[in-house]
Ligand binder design. Sequence first.
Ligand SMILES: [Fe+2]
Length: 158
Amino acid sequence: MKRQVVYKRQIKTARRFIFENIMDLDHVCVLHRKWFTHLRTLVRRPDYVEYRLRGWFYGLKQDMRFVGASVDENRYWYEFVGPWVKVRVEGEMEGPDGNLLLTERFTYRFHWLTAPIFWFLGPLFKKQKENILEADSRLLERVYRLDQAGFKRFSEQG
Ligand SMILES: [Fe+2]
């Protein structure tokens, strides 16, 4: 069973920070610790990552595999694969750095056994997604503002 949702948002950040965010495994279980814990890295390259983590969805625990990759300078995709649900996200950025229009297409695929439950839980999925996107947006805009102000991040100093 499939369910698709398209999310568009204006975000004041640069492309490179969005790509960094996808490839930055370490932020997932910190910034989104409400939803994800127990990170285990499998592959880590600048343009491709693969890892496992534990997903928490309102008390429902599932071990998930995450894969993410860049497509070109404006596009990326990532996928969460768990026993009950598979989520694929295709992202595309438009506009100048500092004022990007980010479009993310979410495709949820549910196991047929649990599909009715997940269908019923649709509003909770929406809440989870909004919580994650909001946290990432705030981080990305903060990093961009600091960068514009000439702030050097710790990783760039060494
Ligand atoms: Fe994130």
